[in-house]
Design a protein around this ligand. Structure first.
Ligand code: GRF
Length: 203
């Protein structure tokens, strides 16, 4: 399966996918990396892997819709089977969704529907939950609201700050994302409404 991965930051989830794709059994290959901002390690990881990497910044476009359409065109050029939003910090708009809807997965560092949005780890800490985690889900028109594919819990430690908790979550998140993308790539999936059933050999 051809993957286009969208990043906005360090790209450690992207790196985990790149490493997994090195195994021919995994069944997927990253064919391009897209970003919404320049100068990030995520893009550099794609370039180092010899991949096409593109950056589309919203300020460079007349409006949000134009950016959304341009992003959809840039992604479509690489003929993805699956678009993976791995730490991508922009909401994908209607134009993008009509092009790739149902074939976009996102990873979120909280147990949705708890703590959606751009500050999930900070919000979980502020709330004082003792258990948080990460979610891999299909992207729909909402913010972190699409059908859940996989989740895993991560304990909060009393000394945690946002960075230490986020790092512990990311350890789990990378493994969860690699597992889900591999299963989607190899075995396909069905998502009737909010029900996601994974046909897979091992689970
Ligand atoms: C991940 O935890 C992702 O869920 C969140 O931001 C982080 C991105 O990490 N949106 P990286 O850029 O993949 O290292």
């Amino acid at each position: 399966a051809r993957l286009v991965v969208l990043v906005s930051g360090a790209g450690t989830n992207l790196q985990a996918l790149l490493d997994a794709c090195a195994d021919p059994e995994y069944g997927a290959e990253v064919v391009a990396v897209g970003a919404d901002r320049s100068g990030i390690e995520g893009t550099a990881r794609g370039v180092r892997a010899g991949l096409p990497a593109f950056t589309l910044r919203i300020p460079d476009f007349p409006d949000r819709d134009a950016w959304d359409a341009a992003l959809a065109d840039a992604v479509a050029e690489h003929r993805p089977d699956l678009v993976v939003s791995a730490g991508f910090m922009k909401i994908l708009g209607a134009r993008f969704l009509e092009r790739f809807g149902g074939r976009i997965v996102n990873t979120h560092p909280a147990l949705l529907p708890s703590f959606p949005g751009a500050h999930a780890v900070r919000d979980a800490l502020a709330y004082g939950v003792k258990l948080t985690g990460c979610t891999v889900h299909f992207v729909d028109e909402g913010v972190d609201t699409g059908p859940v594919i996989a989740q895993e819990a991560v304990p909060v430690r009393w000394h945690d700050d946002e960075d230490s908790l986020h790092e512990r979550i990311k350890q789990v998140e990378r493994r969860l994302l690699v597992d889900v993308v591999g299963r989607l790539a190899r075995d396909g999936w069905t998502a009737e409404g909010r029900r996601v059933s994974m046909k897979c050999r091992t689970c």
